[in-house]
Design a protein around this ligand. Structure first.
Ligand SMILES: [Zn+2]
Ligand SMILES: [Zn+2]
Length: 332
């Protein structure tokens, strides 16, 4: 029976894994989502680790998964943005240690395709996404490949570290080669828009405003060099096309699960450059968070029990201004 030593603050806890140990998890089974007591994950192979989840953030993808809007495995523990502490290591994992504070890149490349084999796993087309294609982090424990782990610097809090994935997603916008003299618009007034604005500001891109389609007046035609989308609908795409200058950049960022309509006659008149951006570097995201230059605490709604999931998910569907968190493994 494997044993591990986990440092929890000033306490050193000697945890002995019981053969039938169980845990609390937010589970989607068929069309129902509920908190259940299920078996704790076991190491799937010698290169995996078990992480005790300290802080886990909720995002749109989790809502789409919970609502059945995207295809997920069944049954599924939801959640993919988190920080935690390594509880147990596979036999071939030498670079990490039990008790280490970590976060995880939830996009797991297949490691077998032509991209993965040519050192370009970032564009792997057969990725497995945590909390969608395999069990995620809205649980006391989660099993992940050691290759997905990022150790945390001491200076970063559990809460900030659980924000790494959205920061890495925001950094992807920089792939569009934006210049400091260019005038930019972030389309949508939500927590992602405010996080993105902070990050672009840190990168010396300060000529940027946030547009709230529900509250602000109509946008002036052709008045922006680039527009970054945070709410992808046919209407928002039409409005962004209207707002960008001829030959300007439209940067598509959010993970809309439904197709959207493109007005091709308008597109042809404007000839915009379309950038579709997935993720930037997770390492850079962690570094940025560790410097404290980005204030993610102001974008936190609150920290909830898993049992509060119904209210939390319903509130998150209505309002996207702040991110709710669960702390499933913190009370042990
Ligand atoms: Zn996310
Ligand atoms: Zn691959």
């Amino acid at each position: 029976m494997p044993t591990s030593t986990v440092n929890r603050g000033i306490f050193a806890v000697h945890a002995k894994r019981l053969p039938h140990a169980r845990m609390k998890a937010l589970l989607k089974e068929g069309s129902s989502v509920s908190v259940q007591i299920i078996p704790r994950p076991v190491l799937t192979d010698a290169r995996s680790v078990i992480v005790r989840v300290m802080m886990a953030g909720l995002c749109r993808t989790d809502l789409y998964a919970a609502e059945g809007k995207i295809k997920v495995c069944d049954p599924l523990v939801l959640g993919h943005e988190f920080s935690g502490v390594i509880e147990e290591l596979g036999g071939e994992v030498n670079s990490l240690r039990a008790g280490q504070r970590v976060t995880v890149n939830p996009i797991l490349p297949c490691l077998q395709c032509k991209y993965c084999l040519s050192n370009n796993a970032a564009v792997c087309q057969n990725t497995t996404f945590l909390g969608v294609d395999r069990c995620g982090c809205f649980a006391e424990y989660v099993c992940v490949p050691a290759s997905a782990i990022l150790p945390l610097p001491d200076s970063i809090s559990d809460l900030a570290a659980a924000y790494t994935e959205p920061v890495a997603a925001s950094l992807a916008v920089l792939k569009a080669n934006l210049g400091p003299s260019e005038k930019g618009l972030i389309y949508g007034n939500n927590r992602f828009a405010h996080l993105l604005k902070q990050i672009l500001n840190v990168k010396s891109l300060s000529n940027i405003s946030i547009y709230d389609p529900a509250a602000d007046g109509p946008l002036e035609e052709g008045s922006f060099d680039y527009v970054v989308e945070t709410i992808m609908t046919s209407d928002s795409l039409t409005n962004m096309l209207h707002a960008v200058r001829p030959g300007g950049k439209i940067i598509l960022k959010s993970r809309q699960y439904e197709p959207v309509a493109l007005k091709m006659t308008e597109m042809l008149k404007k000839e915009p450059v379309m950038h579709v951006c997935n993720y930037g570097s997770f390492e850079e995201a962690l570094e940025l968070l560790a410097t404290g230059k980005i204030d993610v605490e102001s974008l936190v709604d609150g920290i909830y029990e898993l049992e509060d999931f119904n209210e939390v998910l319903n509130a998150a569907k209505q309002k996207e201004s702040l991110k709710p968190f669960f702390a499933p493994g913190g009370s042990l």
